[in-house]
Ligand binder design. Structure first.
Ligand code: KG4
Ligand code: ZN
Length: 349
């Protein structure tokens, strides 16, 4: 089952789920149908709201989610030509994330489900990210190796099927996205800095700054990015931050992160004999990373799968999809989501 098999006609097990994501600074709602695929998705980004503060202000995030959710749900339902009668379940991000922001989404989704007499399905945010490539026309089959690179997490995960996840390695300190954002801030780029840093790096000269490739001299699949951020800080110290220096540092930093992620992914891919590599999470939108992982997968005779850029970062479609797959698998509530996923629920992003 699962990801739609086009043209098979509606089967009894097919379901339609509305998904709600509100874990951080995006309010997002989507409707996914296991026969027909993604029917609609809507997103409101809070970037403008938080920009003046240089980062997400949790209280403002929660308040904005409250304001945006109902109109977005109405829009997504109408665009999907769906209603209470045709929706089989309400999925929402149960965690991890900002607690107030999560509470808004969970309270809304569970109330809606209760009022409609439909099941509410709590989804682990990272499960949403790693299933996001299944939204694409060419979806990976299970099993696969996933490189999950978001603002809060950096993990290599063995994915045997829906709900069957084993963490092979993860960051011991900062996530890759967090390192991008913190370094971007040092370079005077606005929040969220990852994409802006990547753009600045385009005009930077390779090799001018050779930052360390953390943890590559060690066995195992763990990462560490906090030293890299410090190395960037040291490189910038005492210099006039003109355009050229900023671009060169951005280039050196991006190369170091991409090299590290790519080399660990290569080791996991080859070591585990995987045929498929899935890349997900916001940093998965990085073009240099995509190129490098593409080359690594080719050399390892594996195929690489990326969600389209808008489904790399937070979105409702991945939550609706994960909810639909879990509903089909017979789940009616999402309370045990942390135990299943073997991830620590409640950790902030
Ligand atoms: O997955 P996501 O939307 O949020 C979390 O669940 O954390 O990821 C957001 C992260 C941010 O750190 C952002 O700077 C980073 O993804 N990001 C990028 C790019 N686009 C987004 N990092 C590097 N290059 C990009 N093009
Ligand atoms: Zn995310």
């Amino acid at each position: 089952m699962g990801v739609p098999v086009k043209g098979k006609g509606r089967q009894e097990e097919d379901v339609r789920v509305i998904g709600i994501e509100s874990s951080c600074d995006e309010t997002a709602v989507a409707v996914f149908d296991t026969e027909r695929g993604l029917l609609s998705h809507r997103l409101h980004s809070q970037i403008a709201l938080h920009q003046a503060y240089g980062g997400v202000v949790p209280e403002l995030a929660s308040r904005d989610h409250i304001k945006r959710l109902l109109p977005l749900v109405r829009e997504a339902l109408s665009a999907a030509q769906s209603s209470r009668e045709t929706v089989d379940g309400v999925a929402y991000t149960a965690g991890p994330g900002l607690i107030g922001a999560l509470l808004v989404g969970a309270g809304f989704a569970r109330s809606l489900a209760y009022a409609w007499g439909k099941p509410a399905i709590g989804i682990h945010h990272l499960e949403g990210h790693l299933l996001a490539p299944l939204l694409e026309p060419e979806a990976p089959e299970f099993p696969f190796l996933a490189l999950l690179v978001s603002g809060g997490h950096t993990q290599l995960v063995d994915v045997a099927g829906v709900g069957e996840y084993r963490i092979l390695g993860q960051t011991l300190d900062d996530a890759a996205g967090e390192a991008f954002d913190k370094t971007a801030k040092m370079l005077g780029l606005p929040y969220p800095g990852g994409a802006a840093l990547a753009q600045l790096a385009e005009s930077g000269r390779p090799g001018r700054f050779n930052f360390p490739r953390p943890m590559l001299d060690r066995t195992g699949l763990d990462f560490s990015f906090s030293g890299l951020k410090t190395a960037a800080l040291v490189a910038l110290r005492g210099r006039v931050l003109d355009e050229e220096i900023r671009a060169d540092v951005a280039r050196g930093f991006q190369e170091a992160v991409v090299d590290t992620l790519a080399e660990k992914a290569r080791r996991a891919l080859v070591g585990g004999g995987y045929r498929r590599l899935v890349v997900a999470g916001g940093v998965g939108a990085n073009m240099r990373l995509r190129e490098r992982l593409g080359a690594i997968a080719r050399n390892a005779e594996a195929k690489v799968y990326f969600p389209r850029a808008e489904f790399c970062t937070d979105n409702g479609a991945m939550i609706a999809l994960a909810g639909a797959l879990r509903l089909v698998a017979g789940e009616r509530a999402g309370l045990a989501v942390d135990a299943r996923a073997n991830w620590e629920l409640g950790a902030t992003q």
